[in-house]
Design a binder for this molecule. Sequence first.
Ligand SMILES: NC(=O)c1ccc[n+]([C@@H]2O[C@H](COP(=O)([O-])OP(=O)(O)OC[C@H]3O[C@@H](n4cnc5c(N)ncnc54)[C@H](O)[C@@H]3O)[C@@H](O)[C@H]2O)c1
Length: 437
Amino acid sequence: MRRICVIGVGYVGLTTGTCFADLGNQVICVDIIQEKIAKLNRGEMPIYEPGLEELVTRNVAAKRLTFTTDYATGLRDAEFIFIAVATPAGDDGEAELKYVRMATETIAQTLTHYAVIVNKSTVPVGTGDSVEQILTRHGKRVGADFDVVSNPEFLREGSAVYDFMQPDRVVLGAANREAAEQVAQLYLPLRCAIMVTDLRTAEMIKYASNAFLATRISFINEIANICEKLGADVKEVAAGMGMDKRIGKDFLDAGIGYGGSCFPKDVQALAYMAEVNGSHPALLRAVMDINRDQRARVIAKLRAALGNLRGKIIGVWGLAFKPNTDDIRDAPALDIIHLLQAEGARVRAYDPVAINNARQQLTNVEFCADAYATAAGADAVVLVTHWNEFKQLDMARVAASMKSNVLIDGRNIYEPARMKQLGFKYSGMGRGNHSES
Ligand SMILES: NC(=O)c1ccc[n+]([C@@H]2O[C@H](COP(=O)([O-])OP(=O)(O)OC[C@H]3O[C@@H](n4cnc5c(N)ncnc54)[C@H](O)[C@@H]3O)[C@@H](O)[C@H]2O)c1
Protein backbone atom coordinates (compact mmCIF):
# COMPACT_ATOMS: atom_id res chain seq x y z
CA MET A 1 0.00 0.00 0.00
CA ARG A 2 1.42 3.37 -1.06
CA ARG A 3 0.02 6.83 -0.33
CA ILE A 4 -0.97 8.71 -3.47
CA CYS A 5 -2.39 12.17 -4.08
CA VAL A 6 -4.01 12.94 -7.45
CA ILE A 7 -4.43 16.59 -8.47
CA GLY A 8 -7.49 17.11 -10.73
CA VAL A 9 -10.55 14.86 -10.80
CA GLY A 10 -11.38 14.96 -14.50
CA TYR A 11 -11.58 11.94 -16.81
CA VAL A 12 -7.92 11.12 -16.26
CA GLY A 13 -7.47 12.11 -12.60
CA LEU A 14 -10.60 10.44 -11.27
CA THR A 15 -9.89 7.27 -13.21
CA THR A 16 -6.24 7.21 -12.11
CA GLY A 17 -7.04 7.84 -8.44
CA THR A 18 -9.86 5.34 -8.34
CA CYS A 19 -7.93 2.60 -10.12
CA PHE A 20 -4.87 3.05 -7.89
CA ALA A 21 -7.20 2.82 -4.85
CA ASP A 22 -8.69 -0.35 -6.30
CA LEU A 23 -5.19 -1.79 -6.55
CA GLY A 24 -4.94 -1.37 -2.76
CA ASN A 25 -3.32 2.05 -2.38
CA GLN A 26 -4.46 4.90 -0.15
CA VAL A 27 -5.56 7.66 -2.51
CA ILE A 28 -6.71 11.23 -1.96
CA CYS A 29 -7.90 13.35 -4.89
CA VAL A 30 -7.70 17.15 -4.91
CA ASP A 31 -9.60 19.53 -7.19
CA ILE A 32 -10.13 23.28 -7.06
CA ILE A 33 -13.77 23.03 -8.13
CA GLN A 34 -15.71 22.75 -4.90
CA GLU A 35 -18.84 21.48 -6.59
CA LYS A 36 -17.03 18.50 -8.12
CA ILE A 37 -15.57 17.49 -4.78
CA ALA A 38 -18.88 18.06 -2.97
CA LYS A 39 -20.61 15.81 -5.53
CA LEU A 40 -18.02 13.07 -5.08
CA ASN A 41 -18.33 13.34 -1.31
CA ARG A 42 -22.13 12.92 -1.69
CA GLY A 43 -21.55 9.79 -3.76
CA GLU A 44 -22.44 11.46 -7.09
CA MET A 45 -20.29 11.38 -10.22
CA PRO A 46 -19.14 14.65 -11.83
CA ILE A 47 -18.55 12.91 -15.19
CA TYR A 48 -19.99 9.96 -17.10
CA GLU A 49 -17.51 7.14 -17.61
CA PRO A 50 -18.74 3.53 -17.87
CA GLY A 51 -17.84 1.38 -14.84
CA LEU A 52 -16.20 4.22 -12.90
CA GLU A 53 -19.08 4.91 -10.51
CA GLU A 54 -19.13 1.37 -9.09
CA LEU A 55 -15.38 1.50 -8.60
CA VAL A 56 -15.53 4.89 -6.84
CA THR A 57 -18.32 3.66 -4.53
CA ARG A 58 -16.44 0.47 -3.68
CA ASN A 59 -13.18 2.23 -2.85
CA VAL A 60 -14.80 5.07 -0.91
CA ALA A 61 -16.63 2.43 1.17
CA ALA A 62 -13.32 0.63 1.76
CA LYS A 63 -11.86 4.00 2.93
CA ARG A 64 -9.08 3.83 0.35
CA LEU A 65 -10.38 6.80 -1.67
CA THR A 66 -11.17 10.31 -0.43
CA PHE A 67 -11.70 13.74 -2.00
CA THR A 68 -10.77 17.24 -0.90
CA THR A 69 -10.28 20.79 -2.17
CA ASP A 70 -7.49 21.37 0.35
CA TYR A 71 -3.95 20.85 -0.94
CA ALA A 72 -2.48 20.64 2.59
CA THR A 73 -4.80 17.71 3.40
CA GLY A 74 -4.12 16.11 0.04
CA LEU A 75 -0.34 16.35 0.21
CA ARG A 76 0.11 15.66 3.92
CA ASP A 77 1.16 12.01 3.66
CA ALA A 78 1.60 11.64 -0.09
CA GLU A 79 4.56 9.63 -1.38
CA PHE A 80 3.42 10.19 -4.97
CA ILE A 81 1.66 13.27 -6.34
CA PHE A 82 0.03 12.77 -9.74
CA ILE A 83 -0.79 15.93 -11.69
CA ALA A 84 -3.80 15.30 -13.95
CA VAL A 85 -5.12 18.77 -14.69
CA ALA A 86 -6.36 19.97 -18.08
CA THR A 87 -4.02 21.28 -20.79
CA PRO A 88 -6.47 22.78 -23.33
CA ALA A 89 -5.49 24.54 -26.55
CA GLY A 90 -4.25 28.10 -26.19
CA ASP A 91 -5.04 30.91 -28.62
CA ASP A 92 -2.30 29.98 -31.12
CA GLY A 93 -2.74 26.22 -30.87
CA GLU A 94 -0.13 25.81 -28.16
CA ALA A 95 -0.91 23.72 -25.07
CA GLU A 96 -2.18 26.04 -22.34
CA LEU A 97 -0.14 25.29 -19.25
CA LYS A 98 -1.74 27.62 -16.71
CA TYR A 99 -3.43 24.79 -14.78
CA VAL A 100 -0.22 22.75 -14.63
CA ARG A 101 1.67 25.84 -13.47
CA MET A 102 -0.94 26.66 -10.85
CA ALA A 103 -0.98 23.10 -9.51
CA THR A 104 2.82 22.95 -9.43
CA GLU A 105 3.12 26.28 -7.62
CA THR A 106 0.60 25.20 -4.99
CA ILE A 107 2.47 21.93 -4.50
CA ALA A 108 5.72 23.87 -4.09
CA GLN A 109 4.13 26.12 -1.49
CA THR A 110 2.52 23.25 0.42
CA LEU A 111 4.79 20.22 0.32
CA THR A 112 6.87 19.64 3.47
CA HIS A 113 8.44 16.25 2.77
CA TYR A 114 10.00 14.26 -0.08
CA ALA A 115 7.58 13.09 -2.79
CA VAL A 116 7.71 11.87 -6.35
CA ILE A 117 5.78 14.28 -8.55
CA VAL A 118 4.30 12.45 -11.52
CA ASN A 119 2.94 14.38 -14.47
CA LYS A 120 0.03 12.64 -16.20
CA SER A 121 -1.26 15.68 -18.06
CA THR A 122 -0.32 15.87 -21.74
CA VAL A 123 2.30 18.60 -21.79
CA PRO A 124 4.71 20.03 -24.37
CA VAL A 125 8.15 18.53 -24.54
CA GLY A 126 10.29 20.26 -21.93
CA THR A 127 7.47 20.85 -19.42
CA GLY A 128 8.92 18.30 -17.00
CA ASP A 129 12.00 20.46 -16.76
CA SER A 130 9.91 23.59 -16.13
CA VAL A 131 7.90 21.79 -13.45
CA GLU A 132 11.19 21.08 -11.75
CA GLN A 133 12.18 24.76 -12.11
CA ILE A 134 8.85 25.98 -10.72
CA LEU A 135 9.21 23.69 -7.73
CA THR A 136 12.71 24.92 -7.10
CA ARG A 137 11.88 28.58 -7.74
CA HIS A 138 8.86 28.61 -5.47
CA GLY A 139 11.06 27.46 -2.70
CA LYS A 140 11.28 24.04 -1.26
CA ARG A 141 9.93 24.06 2.27
CA VAL A 142 12.16 22.67 5.01
CA GLY A 143 12.44 18.94 4.55
CA ALA A 144 10.71 19.00 1.19
CA ASP A 145 12.42 17.49 -1.80
CA PHE A 146 11.11 15.89 -4.96
CA ASP A 147 11.77 14.07 -8.17
CA VAL A 148 9.75 14.70 -11.31
CA VAL A 149 8.52 11.79 -13.45
CA SER A 150 6.57 12.08 -16.70
CA ASN A 151 3.89 9.39 -17.01
CA PRO A 152 1.73 10.27 -20.03
CA GLU A 153 -1.74 8.78 -20.05
CA PHE A 154 -3.10 6.81 -23.00
CA LEU A 155 -6.59 5.91 -21.76
CA ARG A 156 -9.62 6.55 -23.95
CA GLU A 157 -12.78 8.15 -22.63
CA GLY A 158 -15.58 5.62 -22.78
CA SER A 159 -13.26 2.78 -21.76
CA ALA A 160 -11.05 4.64 -19.29
CA VAL A 161 -11.16 2.07 -16.48
CA TYR A 162 -10.44 -0.83 -18.81
CA ASP A 163 -7.61 1.07 -20.48
CA PHE A 164 -6.04 2.05 -17.15
CA MET A 165 -6.21 -1.48 -15.81
CA GLN A 166 -5.08 -3.10 -19.05
CA PRO A 167 -2.66 -0.71 -20.68
CA ASP A 168 -0.65 -1.63 -23.77
CA ARG A 169 2.29 0.01 -22.02
CA VAL A 170 3.20 2.41 -19.25
CA VAL A 171 5.72 5.09 -20.19
CA LEU A 172 7.85 6.70 -17.49
CA GLY A 173 10.33 9.49 -18.14
CA ALA A 174 12.67 10.87 -15.52
CA ALA A 175 16.05 12.43 -14.95
CA ASN A 176 16.42 10.21 -11.88
CA ARG A 177 15.84 6.61 -12.93
CA GLU A 178 15.26 5.53 -9.33
CA ALA A 179 12.21 7.80 -9.12
CA ALA A 180 10.83 6.23 -12.31
CA GLU A 181 11.41 2.76 -10.82
CA GLN A 182 9.40 3.83 -7.75
CA VAL A 183 6.47 4.80 -9.96
CA ALA A 184 6.89 1.56 -11.92
CA GLN A 185 6.23 -0.35 -8.68
CA LEU A 186 2.72 1.15 -8.57
CA TYR A 187 1.96 -0.39 -11.96
CA LEU A 188 3.44 -3.85 -11.29
CA PRO A 189 0.04 -5.42 -10.44
CA LEU A 190 -1.09 -4.60 -13.98
CA ARG A 191 1.61 -6.90 -15.44
CA CYS A 192 2.11 -4.68 -18.47
CA ALA A 193 5.12 -3.50 -20.41
CA ILE A 194 6.82 -0.58 -18.67
CA MET A 195 9.18 1.65 -20.59
CA VAL A 196 11.56 3.94 -18.74
CA THR A 197 13.12 6.81 -20.64
CA ASP A 198 14.08 10.45 -20.15
CA LEU A 199 11.52 13.20 -19.46
CA ARG A 200 11.44 14.75 -22.93
CA THR A 201 11.19 11.43 -24.75
CA ALA A 202 8.26 10.36 -22.56
CA GLU A 203 6.46 13.63 -23.27
CA MET A 204 7.06 13.20 -27.00
CA ILE A 205 5.81 9.59 -27.03
CA LYS A 206 2.37 10.87 -26.01
CA TYR A 207 2.16 13.53 -28.73
CA ALA A 208 3.57 11.26 -31.42
CA SER A 209 1.08 8.51 -30.52
CA ASN A 210 -1.96 10.78 -30.70
CA ALA A 211 -0.73 12.47 -33.86
CA PHE A 212 -0.22 9.08 -35.50
CA LEU A 213 -3.74 7.91 -34.64
CA ALA A 214 -5.19 11.19 -35.92
CA THR A 215 -3.14 10.75 -39.10
CA ARG A 216 -4.69 7.32 -39.70
CA ILE A 217 -8.16 8.85 -39.39
CA SER A 218 -7.41 11.69 -41.79
CA PHE A 219 -5.70 9.25 -44.15
CA ILE A 220 -8.76 7.02 -44.41
CA ASN A 221 -10.99 10.08 -44.76
CA GLU A 222 -8.92 11.25 -47.70
CA ILE A 223 -9.24 7.78 -49.20
CA ALA A 224 -13.02 7.95 -48.52
CA ASN A 225 -13.27 11.17 -50.47
CA ILE A 226 -11.41 9.63 -53.39
CA CYS A 227 -13.66 6.54 -53.14
CA GLU A 228 -16.70 8.80 -53.54
CA LYS A 229 -15.34 10.15 -56.81
CA LEU A 230 -14.38 6.74 -58.14
CA GLY A 231 -17.28 4.57 -56.97
CA ALA A 232 -15.37 2.41 -54.47
CA ASP A 233 -16.61 1.58 -50.95
CA VAL A 234 -14.18 2.81 -48.29
CA LYS A 235 -15.54 0.43 -45.65
CA GLU A 236 -14.44 -2.53 -47.72
CA VAL A 237 -11.24 -0.77 -48.73
CA ALA A 238 -10.38 -0.29 -45.03
CA ALA A 239 -11.29 -3.90 -44.24
CA GLY A 240 -9.04 -5.07 -47.04
CA MET A 241 -6.20 -2.84 -45.90
CA GLY A 242 -6.60 -3.84 -42.26
CA MET A 243 -6.03 -7.51 -43.00
CA ASP A 244 -2.43 -6.62 -43.73
CA LYS A 245 -0.58 -7.12 -40.43
CA ARG A 246 1.72 -4.22 -41.24
CA ILE A 247 -1.31 -1.92 -41.37
CA GLY A 248 -3.81 -3.34 -38.84
CA LYS A 249 -7.51 -2.59 -38.76
CA ASP A 250 -7.84 0.03 -35.99
CA PHE A 251 -8.39 3.74 -36.60
CA LEU A 252 -9.37 3.18 -40.20
CA ASP A 253 -13.03 4.15 -39.88
CA ALA A 254 -13.92 6.82 -42.39
CA GLY A 255 -16.43 9.40 -41.23
CA ILE A 256 -16.80 12.97 -40.13
CA GLY A 257 -13.44 12.99 -38.43
CA TYR A 258 -11.92 13.02 -34.99
CA GLY A 259 -12.90 15.32 -32.14
CA GLY A 260 -12.73 15.33 -28.38
CA SER A 261 -10.49 16.73 -25.72
CA CYS A 262 -7.26 15.15 -26.97
CA PHE A 263 -6.61 14.58 -30.69
CA PRO A 264 -7.51 18.08 -31.94
CA LYS A 265 -5.53 19.96 -29.31
CA ASP A 266 -2.62 17.51 -29.22
CA VAL A 267 -2.05 17.55 -32.99
CA GLN A 268 -2.28 21.34 -32.91
CA ALA A 269 0.12 21.60 -29.98
CA LEU A 270 2.64 19.30 -31.67
CA ALA A 271 2.47 21.37 -34.87
CA TYR A 272 2.96 24.52 -32.80
CA MET A 273 5.96 23.01 -30.99
CA ALA A 274 7.43 22.02 -34.33
CA GLU A 275 6.93 25.46 -35.84
CA VAL A 276 8.34 27.51 -32.99
CA ASN A 277 11.36 25.25 -33.04
CA GLY A 278 12.02 25.71 -36.75
CA SER A 279 10.49 22.49 -38.09
CA HIS A 280 7.78 22.37 -40.80
CA PRO A 281 5.00 19.99 -39.80
CA ALA A 282 3.47 19.63 -43.28
CA LEU A 283 1.88 16.26 -42.55
CA LEU A 284 0.30 17.44 -39.29
CA ARG A 285 -1.13 20.48 -41.09
CA ALA A 286 -2.73 18.24 -43.73
CA VAL A 287 -4.15 15.96 -41.02
CA MET A 288 -5.86 18.96 -39.40
CA ASP A 289 -7.13 20.40 -42.70
CA ILE A 290 -8.67 17.11 -43.80
CA ASN A 291 -10.31 16.68 -40.42
CA ARG A 292 -11.87 20.15 -40.50
CA ASP A 293 -13.17 19.68 -44.05
CA GLN A 294 -14.92 16.40 -43.19
CA ARG A 295 -17.42 18.29 -41.03
CA ALA A 296 -18.30 20.63 -43.88
CA ARG A 297 -18.88 17.64 -46.19
CA VAL A 298 -22.00 16.81 -44.19
CA ILE A 299 -23.46 20.20 -45.10
CA ALA A 300 -22.55 19.70 -48.78
CA LYS A 301 -24.35 16.34 -48.73
CA LEU A 302 -27.45 17.89 -47.18
CA ARG A 303 -27.46 20.69 -49.74
CA ALA A 304 -27.12 18.18 -52.55
CA ALA A 305 -30.13 16.27 -51.24
CA LEU A 306 -32.37 19.12 -50.08
CA GLY A 307 -31.19 22.25 -51.91
CA ASN A 308 -31.30 25.41 -49.80
CA LEU A 309 -31.32 24.46 -46.10
CA ARG A 310 -33.15 27.58 -44.87
CA GLY A 311 -36.09 26.49 -42.74
CA LYS A 312 -35.35 22.79 -43.24
CA ILE A 313 -35.64 20.60 -40.14
CA ILE A 314 -32.45 18.63 -39.54
CA GLY A 315 -32.20 16.00 -36.81
CA VAL A 316 -28.78 15.27 -35.32
CA TRP A 317 -28.18 11.87 -33.72
CA GLY A 318 -25.33 12.09 -31.24
CA LEU A 319 -23.62 15.07 -29.61
CA ALA A 320 -20.76 13.51 -27.63
CA PHE A 321 -17.46 13.44 -29.52
CA LYS A 322 -17.66 9.64 -29.46
CA PRO A 323 -19.88 6.94 -27.94
CA ASN A 324 -19.86 6.10 -24.20
CA THR A 325 -18.90 9.55 -22.98
CA ASP A 326 -20.69 12.78 -22.10
CA ASP A 327 -17.67 14.81 -23.26
CA ILE A 328 -18.49 17.34 -25.98
CA ARG A 329 -15.13 19.13 -26.09
CA ASP A 330 -14.37 19.74 -29.78
CA ALA A 331 -17.20 17.39 -30.75
CA PRO A 332 -17.92 17.32 -34.51
CA ALA A 333 -21.64 17.67 -33.69
CA LEU A 334 -21.10 21.19 -32.36
CA ASP A 335 -19.41 22.38 -35.56
CA ILE A 336 -22.00 20.67 -37.74
CA ILE A 337 -24.86 22.26 -35.77
CA HIS A 338 -23.26 25.70 -36.03
CA LEU A 339 -22.80 25.25 -39.79
CA LEU A 340 -26.44 24.16 -40.14
CA GLN A 341 -27.64 27.16 -38.16
CA ALA A 342 -25.54 29.45 -40.34
CA GLU A 343 -27.46 28.01 -43.34
CA GLY A 344 -30.76 28.83 -41.63
CA ALA A 345 -31.71 25.23 -40.83
CA ARG A 346 -33.82 24.32 -37.79
CA VAL A 347 -31.82 21.86 -35.70
CA ARG A 348 -33.03 19.16 -33.35
CA ALA A 349 -30.68 16.86 -31.50
CA TYR A 350 -30.55 13.85 -29.25
CA ASP A 351 -27.74 12.11 -27.36
CA PRO A 352 -28.06 9.38 -24.71
CA VAL A 353 -25.88 11.20 -22.13
CA ALA A 354 -24.40 14.45 -23.47
CA ILE A 355 -27.51 16.69 -23.72
CA ASN A 356 -26.87 18.47 -20.41
CA ASN A 357 -23.34 19.41 -21.43
CA ALA A 358 -24.50 20.40 -24.94
CA ARG A 359 -27.22 22.72 -23.59
CA GLN A 360 -24.48 24.90 -22.14
CA GLN A 361 -22.87 25.44 -25.54
CA LEU A 362 -25.73 25.48 -28.03
CA THR A 363 -28.61 27.87 -28.54
CA ASN A 364 -31.76 27.46 -30.64
CA VAL A 365 -31.50 23.69 -30.68
CA GLU A 366 -34.53 21.58 -29.82
CA PHE A 367 -33.28 18.72 -27.64
CA CYS A 368 -35.38 15.58 -28.09
CA ALA A 369 -36.19 12.67 -25.80
CA ASP A 370 -34.96 9.99 -28.20
CA ALA A 371 -33.79 9.24 -31.73
CA TYR A 372 -37.33 8.68 -33.05
CA ALA A 373 -38.60 12.06 -31.80
CA THR A 374 -35.55 13.71 -33.42
CA ALA A 375 -36.41 12.19 -36.80
CA ALA A 376 -40.21 12.61 -36.78
CA GLY A 377 -41.21 15.25 -39.33
CA ALA A 378 -37.57 16.07 -40.15
CA ASP A 379 -36.26 16.73 -43.65
CA ALA A 380 -33.01 14.95 -42.85
CA VAL A 381 -31.23 13.09 -40.11
CA VAL A 382 -27.46 13.17 -39.63
CA LEU A 383 -25.86 10.35 -37.66
CA VAL A 384 -22.90 12.01 -35.93
CA THR A 385 -21.97 9.77 -32.97
CA HIS A 386 -22.13 5.98 -33.42
CA TRP A 387 -23.75 5.08 -30.09
CA ASN A 388 -24.89 1.45 -30.09
CA GLU A 389 -28.53 2.46 -29.64
CA PHE A 390 -28.45 4.14 -33.06
CA LYS A 391 -27.34 0.89 -34.65
CA GLN A 392 -30.39 -0.92 -33.31
CA LEU A 393 -33.15 1.49 -34.26
CA ASP A 394 -36.29 0.44 -36.11
CA MET A 395 -35.24 2.25 -39.28
CA ALA A 396 -38.52 1.47 -41.07
CA ARG A 397 -40.28 3.42 -38.31
CA VAL A 398 -37.79 6.26 -38.68
CA ALA A 399 -38.29 6.42 -42.47
CA ALA A 400 -42.09 6.38 -42.11
CA SER A 401 -42.02 9.29 -39.65
CA MET A 402 -39.81 11.67 -41.64
CA LYS A 403 -40.87 14.43 -44.03
CA SER A 404 -38.08 13.94 -46.55
CA ASN A 405 -36.16 10.73 -46.03
CA VAL A 406 -32.63 12.07 -46.21
CA LEU A 407 -30.18 10.10 -44.07
CA ILE A 408 -26.56 11.21 -43.79
CA ASP A 409 -24.59 8.41 -42.17
CA GLY A 410 -21.58 10.27 -40.81
CA ARG A 411 -20.04 7.12 -39.33
CA ASN A 412 -20.98 4.53 -41.94
CA ILE A 413 -22.94 2.37 -39.49
CA TYR A 414 -25.88 1.52 -41.76
CA GLU A 415 -26.04 -0.83 -44.71
CA PRO A 416 -26.56 1.43 -47.76
CA ALA A 417 -28.59 -1.02 -49.84
CA ARG A 418 -30.94 -1.79 -46.93
CA MET A 419 -31.42 1.91 -46.18
CA LYS A 420 -32.35 2.53 -49.82
CA GLN A 421 -34.80 -0.38 -49.66
CA LEU A 422 -36.46 1.31 -46.67
CA GLY A 423 -36.93 4.43 -48.74
CA PHE A 424 -34.10 6.59 -47.41
CA LYS A 425 -32.10 8.92 -49.61
CA TYR A 426 -28.95 7.54 -48.03
CA SER A 427 -25.50 9.03 -48.14
CA GLY A 428 -22.53 7.62 -46.28
CA MET A 429 -18.93 8.81 -46.17
CA GLY A 430 -16.97 7.31 -49.06
CA ARG A 431 -19.49 4.51 -49.75
CA GLY A 432 -19.00 4.35 -53.50
CA ASN A 433 -22.28 4.92 -55.28
CA HIS A 434 -24.07 5.35 -51.95
CA SER A 435 -22.48 8.62 -50.93
CA GLU A 436 -23.57 11.21 -53.45
CA SER A 437 -22.91 14.79 -52.48
N1 LIG B 1 -9.56 12.88 -21.41
C1 LIG B 1 -8.80 11.96 -21.98
O1 LIG B 1 -9.27 11.03 -22.65
C2 LIG B 1 -7.30 12.02 -21.82
C3 LIG B 1 -6.52 10.90 -22.20
C4 LIG B 1 -5.15 10.98 -22.05
C5 LIG B 1 -4.55 12.14 -21.57
N2 LIG B 1 -5.35 13.21 -21.24
C6 LIG B 1 -4.68 14.40 -20.70
O2 LIG B 1 -4.87 14.41 -19.29
C7 LIG B 1 -5.04 15.74 -18.81
C8 LIG B 1 -6.36 15.85 -18.07
O3 LIG B 1 -7.41 15.63 -18.99
P1 LIG B 1 -8.92 15.45 -18.52
O4 LIG B 1 -9.71 15.12 -19.74
O5 LIG B 1 -8.98 14.53 -17.36
O6 LIG B 1 -9.25 16.94 -18.04
P2 LIG B 1 -10.56 17.47 -17.28
O7 LIG B 1 -10.80 18.83 -17.77
O8 LIG B 1 -11.64 16.45 -17.38
O9 LIG B 1 -10.11 17.52 -15.75
C9 LIG B 1 -9.14 18.37 -15.25
C10 LIG B 1 -9.46 18.66 -13.80
O10 LIG B 1 -8.39 19.40 -13.23
C11 LIG B 1 -8.93 20.34 -12.32
N3 LIG B 1 -7.95 21.40 -12.05
C12 LIG B 1 -7.55 22.42 -12.86
N4 LIG B 1 -6.61 23.15 -12.24
C13 LIG B 1 -6.39 22.61 -11.03
C14 LIG B 1 -5.52 22.89 -9.94
N5 LIG B 1 -4.67 23.90 -10.02
N6 LIG B 1 -5.57 22.10 -8.86
C15 LIG B 1 -6.43 21.06 -8.79
N7 LIG B 1 -7.27 20.73 -9.79
C16 LIG B 1 -7.26 21.49 -10.89
C17 LIG B 1 -10.19 20.81 -13.01
O11 LIG B 1 -11.08 21.42 -12.11
C18 LIG B 1 -10.72 19.49 -13.59
O12 LIG B 1 -11.59 18.84 -12.68
C19 LIG B 1 -4.93 16.64 -20.04
O13 LIG B 1 -3.60 17.08 -20.16
C20 LIG B 1 -5.27 15.71 -21.18
O14 LIG B 1 -4.69 16.11 -22.39
C21 LIG B 1 -6.69 13.18 -21.34
